[in-house]
Design a protein around this ligand. Structure first.
Ligand SMILES: [Cu+2]
Length: 114
């Protein structure tokens, strides 16, 4: 019986380690997004980051929300990734070269010019 109990304990410990994927909700201000293409660009870009799950861009509120694993990635890296995609993220300004490469509709005021 003692051996069995140890196996049960070990199984439980492994189970908890396996399931303990640390997740926190995160919302980032992305005020420079303009249209559905921006939304796609950011969602696709962020979903490639290890530790980020289910990124969602809300065009109305101009925020990007997601779950992230603080053990794998930090908020600065996520902000930097959004910047590298050509968009402002919280206080991090958009990477200028990436912004210049965006389609006209994705630049600030782009929707007004169409
Ligand atoms: Cu756009």
């Amino acid at each position: 019986m003692k051996v069995n109990l140890n196996i049960v304990r070990l199984t439980l410990i492994l189970f908890f380690i396996g399931c303990n994927s640390n997740k926190e909700d995160l919302s980032i201000n992305t005020p420079s997004i303009q249209c559905g293409m921006c939304q796609k660009t950011i969602e696709m870009g962020l979903s490639k980051l290890a530790g980020v799950t289910n990124p969602k861009v809300d065009l109305k509120t101009k925020t990007t929300s997601m779950s992230y694993n603080p053990d794998k990635i930090n908020i600065n890296s996520i902000e930097q990734k959004i910047s590298d995609l050509g968009y402002q993220a919280n206080q991090v300004k958009a990477n200028e070269a990436a912004y210049a490469d965006l389609p006209a509709c994705c630049k600030i005021g782009g929707m007004d010019k169409m």
